[in-house]
Design a protein around this ligand. Sequence first.
Ligand SMILES: NC(=O)c1ccc[n+]([C@@H]2O[C@H](COP(=O)([O-])OP(=O)(O)OC[C@H]3O[C@@H](n4cnc5c(N)ncnc54)[C@H](O)[C@@H]3O)[C@@H](O)[C@H]2O)c1
Length: 315
Amino acid sequence: MIKSILIYGTGIMGASMAQIFAQYGYETILLGRNDNSIQKALKLIEINQKSFVDFGVISSNKSEEIKRDIIFTTDNNYLKKADYIIETIVEDMNVKKEFFKYLSKTAKEDSVIVTNTSGLSINEMAKSIKNPHRFAGMHWINPPHIVPLIEIIKNDYTDDDTVGKIKEVCDKIHKKAVIVKNDCSGFIFNRLQYALLREAAYIVENGWASIEDVDNVVKFGLGMRYACIGPFRIADIGGLDTFNSVSKYLVPELSAQDKIPLLNKIVDCECGFGVKNGKGFYDYSNGNDKKAIAERDELFINIIKNFYNNLDNDL
Ligand SMILES: NC(=O)c1ccc[n+]([C@@H]2O[C@H](COP(=O)([O-])OP(=O)(O)OC[C@H]3O[C@@H](n4cnc5c(N)ncnc54)[C@H](O)[C@@H]3O)[C@@H](O)[C@H]2O)c1
């Protein structure tokens, strides 16, 4: 039975996850590298909790309880005791493998170990872990305290007992788990996300539409449909004969580039990292960064409250 959850990594993802585990009653330990990283996590949690209270997800009393219950620490001794350890540090294979080697000497033999990598090889990481049958990917979606999906990715040795324990944790924190049966780059979520981003950028690069209008097509059309039913069901309802005919002339026209030049240009030539430094596909100067995050959180929370809680139906 999983009682204590330790999160190693106090960035955007780790700080956000900690709140959810504490909210649903797990003993939650947020382990950082140094005091500076703990301070950053405290700030992130303060912002996230404020939006949860402001938008009526939890009461202010519950929020205070959550913040009080999380153990913030830089003491690696906690790794020895935890039943379940989540790695969510920088997206770098070597750094992650170094941590797993250290962890293998430190953690309990039977603790479950998961990584929140966005898409690095789970099999490669498993090589650095003692007893890799208890290791898997547990890929959360940003912002993890709001978005319901979690991908569970098996490595070649992950056993059913481990998948069962991860699934049980997901159920307890009210997340929707899907299983990725074999390690594949990007898993499901990022393969789909990057296929769409590549095509969205291709449309703009060719001058066929503006960035705003491509976003609008997703917000007001594709996104609304995909929030309710997936691409296969949409095709079934639309008529597979029609989808088949369109696919034959359209698919050869789609981008098959092995890069996304519009994205590469903004990052590599203009040093634009998006909301992080105020410059991205849109301009985030003059407080537009905070506004964009606050608006996103409010919209996402409204969707969850009014809609997603009833979504686990047959469709
Ligand atoms: N941000 C997202 O949208 C998102 C979504 C899903 C998964 N992820 C994955 O989650 C993980 C963390 O991403 P994030 O967005 O929270 O990043 P972040 O930059 O906010 O946080 C990274 C954390 O890693 C720590 N760190 C950096 N270098 C380290 C090192 N050498 N040793 C130990 N710790 C180190 C930092 O102190 C920080 O706490 C990554 O693997 C990322 O791919 C991110």
